[in-house]
Design a protein around this ligand. Structure first.
Ligand SMILES: Cc1cc2nc3c(=O)[nH]c(=O)nc-3n(C[C@H](O)[C@H](O)[C@H](O)COP(=O)(O)O)c2cc1C
Length: 202
């Protein structure tokens, strides 16, 4: 069953009743994804629009969640395709399906990139050497090679390739599969932070 227990002054969308509890529970799932490696919210799918206009989707690790800013934090290699996609077209979509909770969440969001700035430096310093080693791989991710390359070893030089993606969502759609009737709701935030919410036909 869903936990509908938390609302209050810091509610992510002050719409009251069950809709307010739904969006609060959705925010808690993202917060849990950062802390719990086994949570489905640990590894969202992130979709970008490619240079050819076609969608591209891939799994990423959720590194941070700021509920007040409605922001997910992700890490990637700036040499990868998705980085170029986001620079060209910052609009992205995020998808998670949590089979245990029977909940799907879809986000509409705008991504900002951080490379060689204070945000990137702080995240780099917090990272484990084993994770940071990936950024030293040569040649660049996605290149075609004659054989799989050797595993990279940690190097501070990898920081030049390290990027933080700050993904701020303004749209959240929630779907809960339940034998007594599926439920679906949409939440949208305006630029001034005001939130609208609606039940949808599932
Ligand atoms: C469980 C899992 C976690 C992943 N986490 C990340 C990640 O945090 N950042 C990332 O750039 N790629 C991550 N990847 C790899 C991406 O899914 C993708 O294959 C790679 O980044 C290349 O994507 P691109 O060519 O669209 O840039 C992960 C893959 C898996 C299976």
């Amino acid at each position: 069953m869903m936990d509908h227990s938390v609302a209050g002054d810091d509610a992510p969308c002050a719409v009251g009743d069950d809709l307010g509890a739904v969006v609060a529970s959705a925010f808690r799932l993202f917060a849990r994804g950062v802390a719990d490696r086994r949570s489905a919210f640990r590894t969202p799918s992130v979709a970008t629009v490619g240079a050819d206009g076609a969608p591209r989707v891939r799994t990423m690790v959720l590194r941070g969640f700021d509920a007040a800013a409605r922001r997910l934090t992700l890490h990637t290699d700036r040499r990868g395709e998705k980085f170029g996609d986001i620079v060209r077209m910052p609009r992205v979509a995020v998808h998670v399906y949590d089979a245990r909770a029977a909940i799907q969440i879809r986000l509409g969001a705008t991504a900002r990139v951080h490379v060689d700035d204070a945000v990137a430096r702080a995240a780099w310093q917090r990272g484990l050497p084993a994770s940071r080693a990936c950024y030293a791989i040569e040649p660049a991710p996605g290149r075609s090679v004659a054989a799989p390359p050797a595993a990279p070893v940690f190097s501070e030089a990898g920081f030049a390739n390290f990027a933080v993606l700050a993904v701020e969502f303004d749209r959240l759609e929630w779907l809960w599969l339940h034998h007594a009737g599926h439920r679906r709701a949409r939440f949208e935030w305006a630029a001034d932070g005001g939130c609208g919410a609606s039940w949808l036909v599932p």
